[in-house]
Design a protein around this ligand. Structure first.
Ligand code: ATP
Ligand code: MG
Length: 398
């Protein structure tokens, strides 16, 4: 006997009423989407849990896929069997045996939801405990700190037997919090910021400012690759690549060097806001942290924020660089982020960027630019790339 289904648990602590329904429906939809790569796998929700029927698939790859779905807190391989005592015993033995010597102590936790089943929960605990001790001589019972809790649930149609669960990612199912627009550079921070927005249930689109030929095609490919990695957690991600060369050239021609970064960021935000509006995104997300570089001061953020009424979310604001790097390694964006292709910000990095840029100075400098035309041309020239997990990118233009 081996695992024929997977039991998924979700946290519903803060969920009430309508939110709960939406959370559950979206979660099931996201899991189904994720498991499309395993044809035949069936996803059903029963009594506050989700079951995945494995059919002919192995449990490990399906569990791994589930471990990339936000909203799940526990993932366990399980055996679904008829409500027959002999079969339940064999399932318990199979689940425990599969753990081998990794577990030395265990306890049994039975639940009899179907009161017609003739053996009571406590009695099941005792009988199964005794049975397993007789079969596997290395095992001991420890009811306080067991290496494994063997759970048995007898429900109306079937019984379920399962062991310890792997932790899920937590968070909220992607899509329950509305859509956001991530400003995605090729660096370490912004992909992590996107991941954290996804974690809070936001659906992600991304915008990248590309300054060809100052920055190469490979720099653009790097951003596509990063967005694609995020699709593992976020499903479909639409990436908008904005031609930024003319704007950067104009900024460098007309602005003091110390203000180029500030003006550039303010224009990025204006363009991102327009693209967000067109795509029904409700907020922008950046990878900024506080005090990390000269351009990430509160004064600078205030001067940049002034050009939009849209919220700018900065999920990394409370994090140290090391914490950000740890996440980026865990989600697999780190290796791509550190590839050495230049970004538009590094190409034009001023020797001494203004750490406390003044809003009025920025406005005065921007008055020297044909701002509206530049922004409109950039928006019109934006390339749209639709990214889906395990699929070639689809390119299109507005
Ligand atoms: P990252 O590691 O995300 O590049 P960073 O530490 O290099 O961040 P900055 O260069 O100051 O910080 O950029 C701050 C934020 O501005 C980035 O996190 C990103 O959200 C946005 N940004 C910067 N350059 C671009 C770009 N070319 N396209 C889109 N967004 C950008
Ligand atoms: Mg950067």
């Amino acid at each position: 006997m081996k695992a024929n289904c997977i039991l998924l648990r979700y946290g519903e602590l803060a969920l009430k009423g309508k939110n709960k329904k939406e959370f559950e429906n979206r979660l099931v939809k996201n899991i189904r989407e994720k498991l499309k790569q395993f044809p035949g796998c069936e996803v059903t929700r029963v009594h506050g849990r989700i079951f995945v029927e494995l059919k002919e698939h192995h449990s490990e790859p399906v569990m791994e896929a589930c471990s990339e779905v936000f909203g799940l807190v526990g993932i366990s391989p399980a055996i679904r069997t008829e409500k027959d005592w002999e079969k339940i015993k064999q399932a318990a033995l199979a689940i425990t045996e599969e753990q081998g010597e990794r577990i030395q102590t265990f306890k049994v936790n039975s639940k009899r939801a179907d009161k017609k089943f003739p053996i009571r929960s406590l009695e099941m605990n005792h009988r199964l405990g005794g049975f397993l001790l007789g079969k596997l001589s290395h095992l001991r019972v420890d009811v306080h700190h067991p290496d494994m809790t063997l759970s048995v649930e007898v429900r109306s149609t079937h019984a379920y037997v399962y062991g310890n669960s792997l932790p899920g990612l937590g968070g909220l199912p992607v899509g329950v919090s509305g859509r956001v627009m991530l400003l995605l550079s090729g660096g370490i921070d912004s992909p992590v910021a996107g991941y954290l927005a996804l974690k809070r249930g936001a659906e992600l689109q991304a915008v990248h400012f590309h300054s060809f030929p100052f920055t190469s095609e490979r720099a653009k490919q790097k951003v596509i690759d990063l967005a694609r990695i995020l699709t593992r957690f976020g499903g479909h991600i639409r990436l908008h690549v904005v031609p930024f060369t003319d704007i950067q050239t104009e900024i460098n021609r007309h602005c003091y060097e110390s203000y180029t970064i500030t003006v550039m960021r303010r224009i990025m935000v204006r363009i991102a806001e327009r693209i967000a509006d067109r795509n029904k995104a409700l907020a922008l997300v950046t990878g900024e942290s506080l005090g990390q570089v000269a351009s990430q001061t509160l004064e600078s953020m205030r001067t940049i924020n002034a050009v939009t009424t849209m919220p700018i979310l900065r999920p990394l604001i409370g994090m140290d660089k090391q914490e950000i790097m740890d996440i980026s390694k865990r989600i697999n964006t780190y290796e791509t982020s550190i590839l050495p292709y230049e970004d538009c910000c590094t190409v034009f990095l001023p020797k001494a960027p203004k750490t406390r840029p003044d809003r009025e100075v920025a406005e005065r400098l921007e008055a020297r630019l044909d701002l509206e035309r530049l922004i409109q041309e950039a928006v019109d020239g934006t390339e749209v790339i639709d990214l889906r997990p395990e699929q070639e990118e689809e390119f299109s233009c507005f």
